[in-house]
Design a protein around this ligand. Sequence first.
Ligand code: CU
Length: 332
Amino acid sequence: MFSRSKWRVFYAIGLVVTVALLAPSSYAGNVDVAIQNFSFVPEDVTIGVGDEVRWENFDGVNHTSTSDDGVWDSGVIPPGERFEFQFNTAGEYPYHCSIHPMMTGNVTVLQCVCEVDMIPDNPPVQVPQGGSFSYTGILENECNQPMMYDVWVMIRLPDSSLFGPVQLFQNVPIGGNQIITVPNIVQNVPNFAPLGSYRYIAYCGDYPDDFHDTGSFQFTVVSGLNGKNDEWSLSSWFDDTEEIPSEANILGNYPNPFNAQTNITFDVPSTGKAKLEIYNLLGQKVSTLHEGNLDAGRHTVSWDAENVSSGVYFYRLSTDDVTITRKMNLVK
Ligand SMILES: [Cu+2]
């Protein structure tokens, strides 16, 4: 499901009309599980706290969705009917069909999930062999604490095999409930790419198997004389060197809680003086991680808390214009 904040992004981009067409089949939000051919499809799903799983029976016989641990029991789901259950606690939830006990599945409920989307600049995307297309990439943290997610891009080829990752970003830091929108990402299509219909797919989650969400769009490779590209290269979503942030921002620290080292990632919009300090609950300065000139862009500084005791600490980024403070938890 789209969150309200994500809708705002779409409105801002002015592509509301095409959203329905671009909506990928799988979201971190509510998830559909088909009951067909005496199995749960997909067998394993990952959702966030508060999300719903909806089972729909596509078989001609009755089935159930029954928690192994008694958390829920659908009772009989007749052919063509549905059952929904909302998961409000993080954890692993194995389940089965009580009529056919060999039918099993699993729901993983995570405290924190990401969402990813891609919006092509000029849909429908038709690209000549050796040409390129561009799109806006969106990563959203559904969690109210800073997180790191992996983001990667795969391509489903005309022969329906999966190619990639053409790009993999590991441990992308993102603040609590933050949305990172990156416009003008350019994907080059090699001159040897077979003609036909492709699907361009972004994943976010824990590379490679545990993805929380996918976003995708279709593109078509047509014949052309462009011919300058010889690989599936693309410009970066999260490259420090390309993006100058428009304002100072703390993206978060990771891990958090931590023992005894954590990495703090922050943006500064212009080269100049900046200070990054650590304070304890009493407001006493514990450490100065940086003081002095800093280049514009994204920076990650680590704090080694070997010599301080467990507890809540604050880190404070100060520039000429702004002071931002965030909380973190040292657990030893
Ligand atoms: Cu069954």
